[in-house]
Structure formats: C-alpha cells, structure tokens
Write a protein that binds this ligand. Sequence first.
Ligand code: FES
Length: 163
Amino acid sequence: MSTQINKQITFDMSAVEAVIAQHKAMPGAMLPILHGIQESVGYIPSEVVQLIAQVLNVSRAEVHGVVTYYHHFRQTAPGRQVVQVCRAEACQAMGGDALAAHAKATLSCDFHETTEDGAFSLEPVYCLGQCACGPAIMIGDDLHARVSFDKFNRLLEAKRGAR
Ligand code: FES
C-alpha cells in the first residue's frame, strides 16, 4: 500500500510494517525500527510515529523525542540529491562557515531540510577526507574539494540540469 503524504511524496507503508514486524520483539527495538524505516523509505514519516508507539507500548511523545533527538533521522522526505557540506575543523579554517551559509542561502533551506522543489537536501558532515583541500562538499556520491561560492553554484546547476 502506498500512502499519500502530500501532492508529491509518498511512502510505502508495507515496507514500514515489514521493518516493524522484523524488529518489534527485540530489546531496545525503537532505534533498529527507526533506522530500518529510514533506510527503507528515506525518512521517518510523522504518520508512522503513532504506529511505532502502539507496537512498542510507549507514548507517541517518546517516539517523537527519539526521532528529534538524533539528527540522523529525517522527518521529511529527502531531496533527489543530498548536498553534504563539511563542518569539521580543517574545512572551517578554509572558509567552511561561509560556504555553509552560502549553501543555506542558495538553497533557501537550513541543514536537515529539503528545498521547496524537492531537488536537494542539505546536510552537515564531519570530515570527507579532504582536509588538505577544503572546504569540501559531497553531492550525491560525488566529492568536491576547494569549493568556492562560484564552484558551489556551478556544481548545483550541473546537478539540476542532470535530473
Ligand atoms: S575537515 Fe573537511 S574534509 Fe576533513
């Protein structure tokens, strides 16, 4: 069964139910369930919080608290491409803060959010192994080093064009 969340985004409820069934009997099942759901449908739809609470016999607030405590868990569907901006020390020393601010302004979204058009999600990352040539970013599986504002804009445009 596919569940309609809004005009553009759906998730597979049967995949969610399968994950819950697989993990519900294990001790400390909430985190494995949440990880499994995110892996399966890309995020934790608000609609499944109540279901998890019922199955684990905990409050809805408790499940919501875990989802919001860990930044790893997305509460909205991911964009078609994930843009990761390195926030670790070496990149910060090379202008990483300014690049992060530029990325947020350019995409009109904050970290852990998705652009209006669903094209990009913006995420912080803590080291991409490019410390000597920061600031570094990753778009999808593609790593980019020494990223200036101009280079960031060009990379984004190329990804938009590639859709
Ligand atoms: S600190 Fe940014 S790549 Fe290592």
